[in-house]
Ligand binder design. Sequence first.
Ligand code: ZN
Length: 182
Amino acid sequence: MMDAARVRFARALARKSLQEFGATGPPLPVEDVLHFYGLTLAREPQEPAWSGSLHGDRVLVNANHPETRQRFTAAHELGHVRLGHVTLEPACLDLEPGAGPPKRLTPAQVADALFAERVWLQEVEANEFAAELLAPRAWVKAFYRDLRDPDRMAALFGLSRQAMWLACLRAGCIKYRYRARW
Ligand SMILES: [Zn+2]
């Protein structure tokens, strides 16, 4: 389960980063933002399932992906840096004193499970950071007020149509309505 407080923190940190950088509106010059935080961006063709990675201060994204996807990946990797994910400490085991790990699980299995959980949480957090960095709620609301068209906004924000629709939904500009068809 994703903790709402962690989501809020990731999004708040994205807005703070925009402020520090001095971003004024879409499309966010994501490569410049990376530079601002001491990172360089490189593009390399990779297989389709591979999005990007972080090597020290070098962010690598898949050149075979659409530009919108590369922008999101770059913002996601910046999220890992800003959220402090790159200085991974060993997972903390906060168990009852003397209780030990649950029976039938070896300590290695517990550590693996905690590591997997942590990696997953970090991926979610980095995605939240990236979504808010590229489409902060205030920009989305302002542009929706004028345009009322997420598809046109997608081009302006440098986002995929899907990501832009999601951002509009999250900002409360549009409502998800499920209508049963008979
Ligand atoms: Zn990641």
